[in-house]
Design a protein around this ligand. Structure first.
Ligand code: TXA
Ligand code: MG
Length: 336
């Protein structure tokens, strides 16, 4: 199949994307977090195509996207007060709720679980498209399963060209890491994946602590049950072997001199005079989130086999950046 390259600023292209989606085809769409690989969430055959195109394990459920909070209500069995409050504060935006799935939602969307992941994306093109299509859209990140998530249409095409009907190009995603996934099926909200809305923001809004799944910052034990199936899989990983390095810059430089990896991924403000290939991924958590996945892809383009990465601070969006890097590095960490 030829993958159409559509322009999100062209109304005809939006209409084309919407009609492809209504016809059961796959379209990669821009969101404020990362590009998503969308299909009609109410059509099990269309949703099955997502798993095939990505090579996604069958037990890893998808997020359903709607244009506004009121459209989320019929998809779930009840919308608790906490969900209402967080939706008022953060929707549309990079926050996903896990709630009990209503029976008419095809099981394949949530990979057989009784729950459903729901999000209202803020990206203007996603908003216009959802309204034009008039259907809820199931959409995981639009990468080959296991690869870094796409923050540009070119990343989507690199992974999925010829396997999907179209990509709707709106330039680069502003947040850069995926949405925060919050399980609201029990009394205390449980963070399953840190992302575009920080723990601090959630706790401030709710006026109380939330629980953080141990899997956010640690490898799951081999036979431990995964509260979120996506936690089990190798993720976001370039082909290169990454090592996440904690500690001060001087120690990082000394360690790099000694071990001599093929390259370094460091902060913009790091002053390093080493004769070694280097990429930078910003200084503050917002910049790091926005640039991270593109830089991981660049590491492979440069053909590095090994790389050292300066560990980000874990506050705010930094927790999400750390969580992605930890998985990209297959949990290889060095503390200096
Ligand atoms: O920002 C995002 O969330 C992007 C954009 C496209 O919206 N989407 C995204 O989807 O990151 P995906 O499939 O790459 O990640 C969804 C995560 C996975 O880790 C999955 O296991 C988890 O959410 N998830 C989905 N449904 C779930 C459920 N019912 N219970 C627990 N975890 C769930
Ligand atoms: Mg993903």
């Amino acid at each position: 199949m030829t993958t159409l390259h559509l322009n999100a600023n062209n109304p005809d292209d939006i209409a084309r994307a919407a009609s492809l989606l209504r016809a059961g085809e796959l379209v990669a769409i821009p969101t404020e977090t990362v590009y998503g690989l969308a299909a009609n969430a109410l059509d099990p055959a269309a949703v099955a195509k997502i798993f095939a195109a990505k090579g996604r394990p069958q037990d890893n459920p998808l997020i359903v996207h709607v244009a506004e909070p009121s459209q989320a209500l019929p998809l779930v069995k009840g919308f608790p007060f906490t969900a209402q409050r967080l939706a008022d504060a953060f929707w549309p935006g990079p926050l996903t709720f896990i709630l009990q799935r209503e029976d008419h939602i095809p099981e394949i969307v949530s990979a057989g679980l009784s729950t459903l992941a729901l999000r209202v994306p803020a990206h203007p093109a996603a908003q216009v498209l959802l309204r034009a299509a008039g259907i809820p859209l199931a959409a995981p990140s639009a990468n080959r399963s296991g690869s870094p998530s796409p923050t540009l249409a070119s990343h989507v095409l690199y992974d999925l060209n010829g396997k999907i009907a179209a990509v709707l190009d709106a330039g680069s995603c502003t947040v850069g890491i995926e949405s925060t996934v919050l399980d609201l099926t029990s009394d205390t909200p449980l963070l399953l994946r840190p992302g575009g809305v920080s723990v601090e923001q959630l706790e401030k809004e709710l006026g109380r602590k939330i629980e953080i799944s141990p899997a956010v910052a640690h490898a799951l034990e081999n036979d431990a049950p995964a509260p979120s199936p996506g936690m089990k899989y190798k993720h976001y990983a370039p082909r290169a072997e990454l090592t996440l390095v904690h500690g001060p810059l001087e120690a990082f430089i000394a360690h790099a001199k000694h071990v001599k990896p093929d390259g370094l991924l460091v902060f913009d403000s790091d002053e390093i005079s080493l004769d070694m290939p280097m990429l930078h991924y910003g200084d503050c958590p917002e910049q790091q989130a926005q640039q991270l996945f593109a830089k991981l892809r660049e590491i492979d383009e440069l053909g590095w086999c090994t790389a050292f990465v300066r560990c980000p601070a874990k506050e705010g969006l930094g927790l999400g950046v750390y969580n992605r890097l930890l998985r990209a590095a297959a949990f290889r960490e060095v503390f200096l």
